[in-house]
Every structure is written in C-alpha cells, then in structure tokens.
Design a protein. Structure first.
Lengths: 263, 462
C-alpha cells in the first residue's frame, strides 16, 4: 500500500500529472498541473488532501502546458519545458512570477519540449523532445524525438551545445530524464511510439552529457521479457543503493533495477 | 679493470654530493630566500600541539572556466556536496564505455517491482434487461463483463468475469468511461490520455480483438453519455475543456455534430457527463483546473493563452441539452457545502429528479436535485465504512431494479445500493476483482517517478 496519498481538491493538483521532483535540500515536492498552467510546491512530508506551500501561476509566468519540470537545488531554480521554450524560475517563486531566463527561438531547435533535467555540477541543461505523434497516426512517421543539451545559464535564442538524435540513437521520443553528475551521465526514458501499446524499441538509455550527434546510448535496458519493462516513461536514481527506478506506463508499475555500472 | 671503474664511479658520486652541499650553503647564507622574513613567518605560524586539528596549508583552486564545477552556494547543503564527492570516488571503480558507437545492453530483471495484480474498476454500466454489467479496468486494461446479480462471497478472492476484452489489438487502454447499447448490447469504451479512440465492441467480442468500430476522438476524453432518442453521443474532453457530440453511430474520422467549448462555458477539467432527456438538460462535473483561450482561438482545441491558468473550485455545470459553442451554463452547483472533491462520473435519475456523483476523494456518492444551484449540500450522501465505497470514479443507475452501481478504484470492487440509499449503509451486493483485504495501489498511467531520499520513498504521480 502507498505510504502516503497526496490527492484531492485542496492539493490543487489535477488528476493528470506527468512529473514529480523531490528537492532533498529543502525537503519539498514539486508537481505540475498542466490544465491550470501551474507548478505546485508541497512540504516534503505532505500527506492527504493538503494545500501546496507555493503555487507558480499567472500571466507573467508565460507557462502553457506545464507538463513536466525540474528543480536545481544548487542554484535554486525551477526549470519548466514549455513547448518551444524553456522557462527558468527562482526556486522559491510564489504566485505570478516572470521567468529569470527563457531559452527560445529558431536557433534553439526547441519544439515539443516535454522534459528537462539539469546537471548543476557540470552546468548543463538537458531537454527531451517529443515526437509530435498522435495515437491516431495512420502511418509511421520518421521519429523526430531528440535530446538537446544547453549550457545551464543559456538565455535567449541560443544554439544547443549538443543534439543527440537519429536512427543510431534509437530515440523516438523522450519522456522523463535523470542525471548523474559525478559521471556526467543523462538517463532517459524512451517509451517508443505513442500509438503502440507495447512498442518495439522502447528502452531506458544512458548517454554521456558530452555525446553529440547520432550516437547510441552508452548503456541501455531494453523493454522486453528479461527486464519485464514494457513502456518506460519515468526514471529516477537512488545513488545510495545504486538503483535505477522506472515508472512503466503499460504495466502501471514501478520497477527498480540494481545498476552499479553507472554509479 | 673493475677496481679502476669502481674508484672512478665513487669519485663522480663524491663530486655530486659536494656540489649539492655547496648549493645548499649558498641558499642558506646568501639571502636568496630572505632568511629574516622566513624566520618571522615561521615564528608567527609556529604550531604547538593542541590536541585538535590545525590548518597546515592553503592552496588556491585553479580558475573556473565555466566547464568545470562552480562553487556550491550556501543554500546547498553540505551533505549534497559530500554525496557528490563520495560518488566521484565510487565512479572510478566502473569505467565508462569508451566507444560511443555501440551500446552495452544491460537487460536484467528488476530487483523489486510495485504492481497491482488485480483489476482496478474505473467505470461501470448496467443493462438491466439482460442483467449485463460491464466494468472497465484501468490497471490491467481490460473490459470485464459480469452478471448483475453476481455477489462475491466474503472469503472468495474474486468473481470470475463472464467475458474479458483486453490486449494490444483493442485500441483500449486508459479506460475511464463505458456505455452499453440497450438494443445491440455493444459496449462503448472511452480512452483517456494514451489512445485517442472511442472503441466499440460487439456483445461477442472476447479476448485480444480489434474493436468492431472505432471513432477518432480528441486527446483526453473521459465521460460518455448517449441520447438514444436522438442517436447522439456526448464525450467530455479534459484537455480541451469541452463536451463534444457525435452521431451515435459515427466511426473513423467523422466530424462531430457540435462542440460545447469556450471561455464562457465554465467547463474546467470536465470529467463526468449525463443527460436529462425529460428536461432537456446536460450535466457535467468539473475539477476546476482551467486555462482560457484568446479571442482569436475561441474554438481552437488546446490553444490556450499562456499564463491564463486558474484553479477554481469543483463544480457541476448545467446546460441546455443541445448547447453548441461558447455557451454559459444555465446553473452551476459549486461551493463548500457541496462537498465535491474530484467529482467523477455522474448519472441522472429523471423520474426522481436526482443527480448521482462519484465523489472520488471524499469516498462517497453525493446526490443532488437536478434543479439545484449554487452552494448547496447534497440531499443524500452514501459514505462510511459499511458502504465499502473507496475512491469511487464510476456510477451507473439501474432504474428497472432501482439500484445504484458504483465502481471503486480504491478496492477492486463494484458495489450496488438501493437507489434511495443514504448514509453509512452496506451494499446489497459486491463484485470484487481482487481480495477483500487488498486495497488498490491506484497507480494509473505513471508518466514519471520521483525518489524522496530523506524518507527513502518512491513518489509516483498518476
């Protein structure tokens, strides 16, 4: 049984949530509400139908479908992928707050930016792009998901310092990502085409943040009978126990792998 | 010969030692190292045993060039920095694959998994003439048919369904709404989030089969209601804040007949939908999360203005049955007295003039009058430990047998009550898909996962 259930009208959460981050430094939980274009920040020990401590929401935020987010506990920032832009807010922002920085423009290659993760030690911001597919697609399309790597403090219409995409990368679309700064690694959930319930080629891939171009992941766990994984959408690390934790949408399950190689 | 060689070698060695000695004396006595200053510095830093650690030397770090680690600000905890340091040491034990042209495949079984092996009942429909009861299972992605009169014995693990439809061919996954055609007994299955189809299965469908008919629908459909007299089908769409209406027999990529959508509608993360044919009304439950469209995109789907989001209270909004476009509700039921807390599916009893709402996070079924308006208390509440109502998301009415059916996502159970039930009353019957002593995990479409390192807990958004 769940240890805690954070749900209900007072939480201001939607019943549709696509990201959660734990801020270990400040003991806070961060969750998005895409329908209300809002970021909710809860006390770390929140339980039940309790209100958030802070809400970032309003016209100055420029948030549209705030589906996912990331928190940088070293530099005290919240980063939100926002379609064709990346928005960076102060971590302690509350209310209608303008972003500190915005990465946006034709040079950025941002489109369908659906996930983001920050490496505060190596100073990079890593963005996952969705494919833009529909589950009603009549014919398979060329996958156009990608991982874009920016400098952490980039602002404006800047080119990414690296782009990982292409057939060798195996990327169709990227969902949640995690980083392991000591080894300069980015871990990404690659759930495969949206229209396929149990897609071929779904995997969790681990790249170096120094990778660039059409490169396969350094390590990968494939979906399949051996891993039991079917459609991974979430990833997070537990470095203390050298574990990789996966949220699998098709299984409605959480799978934990012992993965010492990457730690 | 050997002796002469050794003597010559010893001579060279003595010469080198002498040279070093001369250089040392020059350094000490020539003043090159500023003896007086060195002496003073030595005196000032002279260390005596103190029994505790002492600063011995300070060496500045090289300049940062932006590619290396920056100083961690005071706001970051020391433990975080220590953790990074420890992990750097550990990392040295395992080499990074050097060749970026190939992957190392590390397929392995998980060491642990959290997964509910039982179905999670999300929506429910009943057809009283044939005693057909259908529930959707949002955990294992199945459509389950039971007999209306089934009743799982308390000690039994579950009741075996009469029919199961599920699998990758079904175009049915996050199933949150269901309707049974009273004539053909076709089952209409509404998908939310992952499959943008309305899937229709015949009474004979069984197992992993393609639907007999599909209709392409907008992303994020949730509730379903059907007007049999007019042969129209109503769906709520969470992601568009709309009610979309199709011909009942629509298929493929057929266009809708009309769409109720726009800033004036009060549709705010709509979920359940129900029709009152007697009074020509349309009822919708809303969770309250909303974004607004600009004037130029008033009919556009998901074209919300940036930063326009609001968090409003939950509500039940009431419209004319044929409302089309940006139509304001006739009435709204909302406010603290209503007790609404993530209101889900809704059903109307036209004869009694009552609305039945599955009130998810209140673990209750709340009943309002169809004429209610504003901040009103429910006329009846079915709630309490005897009811076994736990996270109800689906309701259905059997007006022939005067029964109210509830799909409980929280406990693998469908429970049925007398239509006039009130308070903490036991169900007439219960159909369980899992053991009575096991609550549902309620993990549904997890798009992410978090890890609370302080409490050693895994966080799963749904």
């Amino acid at each position: 049984m769940p240890k805690r259930l954070i749900a209900g009208q007072a939480t201001k959460l939607s019943r549709t949530m696509h990201d959660i981050r734990y801020d270990a430094v400040n003991d806070e939980l961060l969750v998005t509400n895409p329908f209300a274009q809002a970021i909710m920040v809860f006390a770390g020990d929140v339980n039940g139908n309790q209100p958030p401590k802070r809400i970032i929401q309003g016209p100055q935020t420029q948030m549209s479908g705030s589906d996912r987010l990331e928190v940088d506990t070293v530099h005290n920032e919240i980063i939100v992928p926002n379609g064709d832009a990346i928005l960076v807010f102060p971590r302690d922002a509350n209310g209608d707050v303008a972003p500190l920085r915005t990465i946006k423009g034709s040079n950025t290659l941002l489109r369908q930016a659906t996930s983001v993760v920050v490496d505060p030690v190596n100073n990079v911001l890593i963005v996952g792009l969705n494919s833009g597919e529909s589950s009603q697609a009549q014919a398979p399309r060329e996958p156009n998901g990608a991982i874009l790597i920016f400098n952490r403090t980039d602002d404006g219409n800047v080119k990414p310092r690296a782009v990982i995409k292409g057939p060798k990368s195996g990327i169709t679309r990227i969902n949640q990502m995690a980083v392991y700064p000591p080894r300069k690694l980015v871990i990404a959930a690659q759930p495969g085409p949206i229209e396929q319930m149990e897609p071929e080629g779904a995997y969790v891939g681990i790249w170096s943040i120094d990778d660039n171009g059409d490169v396969p992941p350094r390590w990968k766990i494939n979906a399949g009978p051996k891993s039991e994984m079917k459609k991974p959408r979430g990833v997070v690390l537990n470095p203390k126990n050298k574990e990789l934790i996966i949220a699998d949408m098709r299984l409605n399950a959480v799978l934990t792998y012992y993965f010492p190689e990457i730690f | 010969m050997d002796r002469a060689f050794r003597l010559r070698r010893n001579g060279v060695a003595l010469g080198l030692i002498s040279l070093v000695g001369v250089l040392a004396a020059w350094v000490l006595f020539s003043g090159v190292s500023h003896r007086a200053a060195l002496s003073a510095d030595s005196q000032s830093h002279f260390r005596r045993p103190t029994g505790s650690a002492q600063l011995v030397s300070v060496e500045p770090l090289p300049e940062m060039n932006g590619e290396m680690c920056e100083w961690t600000p005071a706001s970051a905890s020391a433990s975080l920095a220590a953790a990074f340091s420890q992990e750097r040491m550990a990392a040295a034990r395992s080499a990074m694959p050097a060749d970026a042209g190939t992957s190392i495949v590390l397929d392995r079984p998980p060491v642990r998994s959290i997964r509910d092996p039982n179905p999670s009942f999300s929506a429910i429909a009943v057809e009283p003439k044939t005693n057909m009861l259908v529930v959707t299972d949002e955990n294992l992605f199945q459509v389950l048919e039971y007999d209306r009169l089934d009743n799982t014995p308390p000690k039994a693990k579950m009741t075996e369904p009469k029919r199961v439809v599920g699998g990758t061919l079904t175009k049915a996954e996050m199933m949150c709404g269901v309707y049974i055609d009273p004539v053909t007994l076709d089952t209409y299955i509404v998908n939310n989030d992952t499959q943008d189809w309305l899937s229709i299965f015949s009474k004979n469908a069984r197992g992993n089969v393609a639907p007999d008919r599909v209709l392409a629908v907008p992303h994020g459909t949730f509730g379903i209601a059907v007007d049999e007299a007019r042969q129209e089908l109503y769906l709520t769409v969470q992601h568009n804040n709309e009610v979309i209406v199709y011909r009942k027999m629509a298929e493929g990529r057929e266009s809708p007949l009309r769409e109720l959508l726009g800033n004036a509608t009060g549709l705010e993360d709509p979920h359940g939908v129900a029709l009152d044919a007697k009074d020509d009304l349309l009822f919708v439950t809303n969770h309250g999360s909303v974004s607004y469209r600009g004037e130029e995109s008033s009919r556009g789907r998901r074209s919300f203005q940036k930063g326009s989001g609001k968090l409003n209270p939950p509500s039940i909004t009431v419209y004319p049955r044929d409302a089309n476009g940006n139509v304001a509700p006739l009435r709204t039921i909302s406010g603290p007295k209503t007790g609404l807390n993530w209101p889900m599916q809704i059903a109307v009893d036209e004869e009694r003039g009552e609305l039945y709402v599955a009130n998810d996070m209140d673990h209750s079924i709340v009943v309002f009058k169809t004429t209610d308006q504003g901040d009103v208390a429910p006329t009846r509440i079915i709630k309490g430990p005897k009811t076994n109502v736990k996270n109800p998301t689906g309701v259905a009415l059997d007006l022939k047998n005067k029964e109210l059916w509830v799909a409980n996502m929280g406990n693998h159970a469908a429970t049925v009550f007398p239509l006039a039930a009130n308070g903490n009353v036991p169900p007439l019957r219960t159909i369980r898909g899992g053991p009575s002593d096991e609550l549902s995990l309620m993990i549904g479409n997890p798009g992410a996962v978090g890890y609370d390192s302080k409490r050693d807990q895994i966080l799963v958004p749904n």
